[in-house]
Design a protein around this ligand. Structure first.
Ligand SMILES: [Cu+2]
Length: 274
C-alpha cells in the first residue's frame, strides 16, 4: 500500500507543468520513534493506536491553488545551449528549451510550487519509502524540476542524454558521498538523504542552466503543483498545521490551518507577486 501511495506522488511530480493536476500526498500512519535523522532527541509521540488524535483521517484534506497576481511573466528561453552541440541538437528555433524557474499559466496558475506541511507533525516518525525518487536528465534538463522525498529516502539521478552531465547536489544539512560526480551517457548515481531539510538545489556544473530542487521532508505530506496550480494534502491527522508554499523564484509563504472535528476540509490559496 505504501509503495502504491508513493507511486502516486512520484507520478504527480513527474507529470510536470504541462499536465493537469497535482495529486494528493499520501498519509501513512505515524509511528512512535523520533523523526528520522534530525539529530534531536524529541520525546516520541503517543502511538496512534492509543491516541486517536494522532491517527490519519482519510476525510481530512487541505486544498487550494497557487496563483500569480498580475500579468503572468513570459517564460524565457534558455540561453547558451549552443555550448553543447549534443544539447542544442535536441531543440529547434520553434521548439526551444524554456527556463523552469517560474512557470505561470494564462490563468495565473503557478506550476512547480512545493506545498507541504512545514510544522504540526513534530515528534512523529514516518518511514521512508524503499523506492528511490527517480530524477532524469533528458534534453539537458532535469525531470522533475521540483520534488520532495521523505527523510531516509534516496534519489536516483539518471543520465538519459547522449552527453556528459555533472550532478552537483547542494544540500545544507545532509552530507553526500560523492558530493558531486560527472555522469556519462546512461550512467546513474544514488544518494540517500537521512536528514530533513528545506528545498536545496541540484545543479549541473557543465550546463549552467540545468537545476532542480529537492525537499527532504520528515513526513510524506508534500505535493508539487502541476499546470493548474492546484494542491491537495490528504489523510492528515487532525491538528493545527503550518502549510508552506515554496517557489524557486518568488520565495515562500505559509498559512496556518486547523483541521479535525467538524472541519475536515480546509481551503487555502496562495498568491505570489513578482
Ligand atoms: Cu548537464
Amino acid at each position: 500500500m505504501k509503495s502504491r501511495l508513493m507511486a502516486l506522488v512520484v507520478c504527480a511530480v513527474v507529470a510536470g507543468c504541462d499536465s493537469k493536476p497535482a495529486s494528493p500526498a499520501p498519509g501513512p500512519g505515524p509511528t512512535t520513534t523520533p523523526p528520522v535523522g534530525d539529530g534531536k532527541k524529541e520525546p516520541a509521540k503517543t502511538d496512534s493506536k492509543n491516541d486517536p488524535a494522532a491517527a490519519p483521517d482519510q476525510e481530512i484534506a487541505i486544498s487550494g491553488k497557487v496563483s500569480f497576481d498580475g500579468t503572468p511573466p513570459k517564460r524565457g528561453k534558455v540561453q547558451g545551449i549552443d555550448s553543447d552541440p549534443l544539447c542544442a541538437a535536441q531543440y529547434t528555433e520553434e521548439k526551444p528549451l524554456y527556463k523552469d524557474e517560474l512557470i505561470v499559466g494564462a490563468d495565473g496558475a503557478i506550476c512547480d510550487v512545493l506545498v507541504w506541511v512545514k510544522s504540526g507533525l513534530e515528534g512523529r516518525r514516518y518511514p521512508a519509502p524503499n523506492e528511490s525518487m527517480r530524477v532524469t536528465q533528458k534534453g539537458c534538463h532535469y525531470h522533475p524540476h521540483v520534488f520532495g522525498i521523505v527523510a531516509g529516502q534516496s534519489i536516483l539521478v539518471v543520465n538519459d542524454d547522449g552527453t556528459t552531465h555533472n550532478v552537483h547536489p547542494l544540500p545544507k544539512v545532509n552530507g553526500l558521498n560523492p558530493e558531486n560526480t560527472a555522469q556519462r551517457a546512461g550512467q546513474e548515481n544514488t544518494w540517500t538523504l537521512p536528514s530533513p531539510e528545506g528545498p536545496f538545489r541540484i545543479k549541473c556544473d557543465i550546463h549552467p542552466w540545468m537545476s532542480c530542487f529537492c525537499l527532504v521532508s520528515p513526513h510524506p505530506y508534500f505535493v508539487v503543483t502541476g499546470g493548474d496550480g492546484a494542491f491537495e494534502l490528504k489523510n492528515l491527522p487532525p491538528g493545527e498545521y503550518e502549510i508552506e508554499a515554496w517557489t524557486e523564484k518568488l520565495g515562500a509563504q505559509s498559512k496556518t490551518v486547523t483541521v479535525g472535528g467538524d472541519k475536515k476540509k480546509a481551503k487555502i490559496d496562495f498568491t505570489f507577486k513578482k
